[in-house]
Design a protein around this ligand. Structure first.
Ligand code: MN
Length: 747
């Protein structure tokens, strides 16, 4: 994004999209550029008292000021402010807003000055144009910086006059409609910004039509595939249900009419973007009519709304839990309507919105429905202050803004309300990360970068250590602690993450990490055998033997050995046909020899290694251990004195040197089993459990067996950090008078 000085009058604004006369979406198709009289006509249609002379002067002034400037499409630049003004006539806005829309890019992009505009059009319009100019400059400056700052200032600029924001939204809408002329990268950025900032803002201002079109255009740009699929399916379903839709409309109308109520009833197709977000959020498809169509009943007054509701509810069964009365309790953005869902004709769920024509206007146009200046009501802003909840919300926001100095505080008060379905957090450097509500640190880490996510081992939230699964709150500053030692995220994270991005990355990483682990494991097993048999191993030699092993790559062979699908001795025989397996037995593993540097490090069970622990008793850091490879199950870790190791004495190739690699700060638990002989008395088990809990042990399982009338044998499976921890718990148990004996069980 280039900053432009006022000297470069011939280049159109870099941040502006090109004008296309072929409008998309809801835009009304127009042939060629709108003419001066077209615009004035549009205004006069809703405002007979319009100051035509002033509008004409603004039109001519802007056209001359932009002169021969063109947009990326090759259209005259002036077509852009003209279309923006036209969008605002759809919202039936006052003369000053329309004139300011025509002039909105003149101060920034031409020789025009605030003083000159003031002089010709008065300071009301001058202030609006200057507000837009400020907003645009702030946008450019802050685009690379914090988004929070960007939005904050954007809103602050509105403090002067809410109409600045309405023009800004129309400006953005036109740029979105003509986005196809922009370069690919700018398209994405503009669409993302629209989805992050402008569409929700339009929504909070109650302007549903504006919000929907912005979302639709952004969605199409950001995810054309998803957009295409949803749109096509929507069309198919709508076509299939076309008879049903008109039947529902007809039945609703006649029912209301027969009860003496005149109402306008119409079905309304839901928007691809809202369907898509629902599908993403709830991971569901759309099948039912109510998933794609809503029906609206527009009646004369509030009393009729409730009469219509009564008629609907006595005609069709009501779906429980779906009734909402936003007439008695309007939404913060001024939205009023009754919502209900019934089982209608064809046993279909039918969603209904019941409202008056005035409520319908406000629902579609929101704050803009209030702005139109009326004789004797004072300035539009004054009028809004008295009349509109949406404005009350905005001025509340602005009030908070002008008092709070930092973005975090701003977020706490404002974004919370503005984007109630999202949380906004910061990196330590102040970069804003937006996440869906209920997201946790894992989602945050992946939102920062896939590598950050995959190597995350801990975090600090607002300076304090916290679990990675902590749900994030608005304004949290999150520092992700990473470790190069973690090559892949624990697979259990996939269930913890809530964003699609994090889940997909975790799935990808764990899948390939698990394979890597098996490959590495297989290679160690093969190298071990070759070393013991004193024969040479070489990749080239194995490559020549791939066919004999029915594998297509060395990695495949190693992974198969790691999985236990083929034996290392099979590999040796494939490479050296006269290889004879040496019959050695193994007992007790390496005794007290030096620490073997080639031993495979064991971090725990959640590290993506194919590791599990001995079924009877487990093993904890501090125990001397050995690994046994089993087909399809990876390594099982046994304490070196486990009697179960006897079963593997005949298969030395399955034995593996392993060592613990767990440090004191690791909070992972390992399985251990203890057997307690305790006195039979009420509360004995409770005492035992209390000791274990007080010493931070985790009881996974308890089984009891009565040995005699006086004594019970209790076997407890525990999760402990290491041998020291386990020994401490055992010592504490021995102190208890109800405990006669405690011993650790290993197999
Ligand atoms: Mn513009």
């Amino acid at each position: 994004m280039v900053e432009r000085g006022r000297g470069q009058t011939q280049t159109p604004a870099a941040g502006e999209a090109a004008t296309a006369v072929t409008a998309v979406g809801k835009a009304k198709p127009r042939q060629g550029m709108m003419r001066q009289y077209d615009l004035v006509e549009r205004v006069r249609s809703y405002n007979p008292d319009t100051d035509e002379d002033m509008l004409n002067r603004a039109y001519v002034y802007a056209m001359k000021a932009h002169g021969s400037q063109t947009r990326a499409s090759g259209d005259p630049y002036f077509s852009h402010p003209l279309e923006v003004a036209a969008i605002l006539t759809d919202l039936k806005l006052d003369d000053a807003t329309i004139a300011a829309a025509l002039l909105h890019d003149t101060i920034e992009d031409t020789e025009a000055t605030r003083a000159e505009i003031d002089q010709i059009f008065g300071s009301e319009i001058g202030a609006l144009v200057e507000g837009l100019t400020k907003l645009m400059r702030l946008e450019l400056v802050s685009r690379e910086a914090k988004q929070a700052e960007n939005l904050r200032k954007l809103l602050l600029a509105v403090a002067d006059d809410v109409r600045v924001l309405l023009i800004k939204l129309a400006d953005r809408l036109h740029n979105m409609r003509t986005l196809d002329f922009m370069r690919q990268e700018s398209r994405r950025r503009i669409a993302e910004e629209t989805l992050d900032i402008y569409a929700p803002l339009a929504g909070r201002m109650g302007m549903q039509e504006m919000r929907e079109e912005l979302e639709e255009l952004a969605f199409r740009t950001l995810d054309p595939d998803a957009h295409g699929v949803v749109t096509q399916r929507l069309t198919t379903l709508a076509d299939r249900n076309i008879n049903l839709i008109s039947e529902i409309e007809a039945q609703l109308s006649s029912n209301l009419r027969n009860n003496g109520l005149s109402a306008r009833v119409f079905g309304r197709r839901k928007k691809p973007f809202s369907i898509w977000t629902k599908m993403e959020r709830k991971s569901i498809g759309f099948e039912q009519l109510s998933d794609i169509f809503g029906f609206r009943v527009v009646v004369g007054d509030v009393a009729d709304c409730y009469r219509a509701l009564g008629i609907v509810h006595t005609t069709w069964p009501v779906v429980p839990g779906r009734f909402k009365d936003y007439i008695s309790t309007p939404k913060q953005n001024d939205y009023r309507s009754i919502h209900t869902t019934v089982i209608g004709p064809g046993k279909q769920r039918v969603e209904l919105q019941i409202r008056t024509a005035a409520m319908d206007q406000i629902a579609e146009r929101g704050i803009a429905a209030h702005v139109f200046y009326k004789e004797g009501v004072g300035s539009p802003t004054e009028f809004l202050k008295r009349e509109s909840n949406a404005f009350a919300w905005l001025s509340h926001t602005i009030g908070v803004l002008s008092q709070s100095a930092n973005p975090e505080e701003f977020l706490e008060h404002t974004k919370l309300e503005l984007f109630h379905d999202q949380v906004f957090c910061f990196t330590p450097k102040g970069k804003l990360i937006a996440l869906p509500r209920h997201a946790n640190v894992i989602d945050f880490a992946y939102a920062v970068h896939t590598d950050v996510g995959s190597s995350a081992v801990g975090c600090k939230i607002n300076g304090k250590f916290a679990p990675l699964s902590s749900e994030l709150q608005n304004g949290d500053e999150v520092e992700v602690l990473t470790s190069n030692a973690q090559s892949a995220p624990p697979s259990a994270w996939e269930a913890l993450a809530i964003t699609g991005k994090a889940r997909a990355a975790i799935r990808r990483a764990t899948r390939s990490a698990v394979r890597d682990q098996y490959v590495g494991l297989g290679r160690r097993i093969v190298e071990r055998l070759f070393g013991r048999a004193k024969i040479d191993y070489a990749d080239d030699k194995l490559r020549g033997a791939l066919a004999r092993l029915a594998r297509s790559s060395i990695e495949d062979v190693m992974a198969a050995v790691g999985h236990g699908e083929i034996k290392a001795s099979d590999v040796a025989r494939a490479m050296y046909p006269d290889y004879r397996e040496e019959r050695v037995t193994r007992r007790g593993g390496r005794k007290d020899g030096p620490r073997n540097p080639s031993a495979i490090p064991i971090h725990g069970i959640n590290s993506g290694l194919p590791v599990k622990f001995a079924p009877n008793g487990g093993a904890v850091p501090g125990d001397r251990i050995v690994g046994i490879v089993s087909a399809g199950e990876g390594i099982t870790i046994y304490p070196i004195h486990s009697p179960e190791l006897k079963d593997f004495e005949e298969e030395p190739e399955r034995w593996l040197d392993v060592r613990w690699d767990v440090d004191e700060t690791n909070s992972q638990r390992f399985p251990a089993r203890i057997r307690i002989e305790n006195v039979n008395e009420p509360g004995a088990l409770a005492q035992i459990a209390t000791v274990i809990a007080e010493h931070d042990g985790n009881i996974d399982n308890v089984s009891m067996q009565r040995r005699s009338p006086d004594f019970t044998e209790t076997t407890i499976d525990l999760g402990v950090y290491d041998l020291k921890h386990l020994s401490a718990i055992i010592a504490q148990l021995r102190v208890k008078s109800v405990v006669a004996r405690v011993e650790r069980v290993n197999g």
